[in-house]
Design a protein around this ligand. Sequence first.
Ligand SMILES: [Zn+2]
Length: 408
Amino acid sequence: MPLLKVNRERLKRSMDQISTIGATPRGGMHRLALGDKDRQARDLLKRWCMDAGFPVRVDPIGNMFARRAGRHSDSPPVVIGSHLDSQCMAGRFDGPVGVIAALEVLRTLDDQRVVTQAPIDLVNWTNEEGARFSPPLLGSGVFTGAHDLDFALRQTDKEGLSVQQELVRIGYAGAGPVTLPVRKYIELHIEQGVVLEQAAIGIGVVTGFVGIRDTKVTVLGQSTHAGPLAMDSRRDALVGAAGMILAAREIGLAHGPDARVTIGKLAIPSDSHSVVPGCVEMVLDVRHPDAHRLNAVVFALQQRFRAMATDSGLAVHFEDSWYYPPVVFDSGLRSQIAEAAAGFGYSHMELPSRAGHDALNMARVAPTAMIFIPCRAGLSHNELEFAEDQDIAAGADVLLAAALAAAR
Ligand SMILES: [Zn+2]
């Protein structure tokens, strides 16, 4: 049987239409979670779903679910989707590609009168971006038990408006259970990197999320007046930290293409032009898809920093801030995605995700996978973010095939 494909014209029309809500002059998107533009985008999505006969349920944190029924109405659904909210003055593909492709999947199944065993639910998660309300991934975080509902509803934006107030105001404070069993979760998203583009590959089979370990590093020397003490007698913590920052880059490079080592936060408590810094605090951020290798990089960094401190008469202390272990996506779903891509004749490759997505939360409660498509020059969270129609359509075809396989 030939593989079913989505309706490309309808997919493009829907993408173009939803992109007008919150459109910026340079072709981008400004649609902050639970604002008026988010309300309009939600209303449009809801109308499309209702018109097509997919009833919409809104849960207490405002996540929207549209259901295409299966033969077994009591079976947990296959859930597909992403988010409609955006960062400030950002792109129109980050999120909506996954939601609108999911809608197109449901519509195509209806067109072809396909009967699935399990229901398939489209989801639009609330406040994925975290641009207006912190933390990000809020809706999926509540759904998967990472956050309490009350905690989430209490969060406020910088005007002091709460998630709860805004949900009520825009008419998306839903009811019912905060969570339900999910059979499988599949999310289509732009890559937000250059791996697919550089390899000229259309479909990314996402292997999982890289692990992230953040360590607070304190370098201690001795504060003193910038004048009297001779240069060779100083114990300048900032000079020590500068050497460590360069060493961090070198160690990151030495650990192959998968490691990422960043020092992006640094504080000098004395903060004065006339004081030789006696203390520097910085945060070391290390990322790697493999937990053992992640720890090996952190260990190598700490060893080098200690040796450098000793050589300069300084001390260095490490304190673990937080750790997100790597997430490995469901192998069955990954093979189904790869097989679907191959079946359509779309080039595909495996790659990890280096950015957070709702799938990160969902992987804790259900077999989960993601499909990536290329975006131009890896630009994202930027008005110039761009994905080709044909790549979006190919991603939607693969989403359709994978959802169908999961719901059979
Ligand atoms: Zn996104």
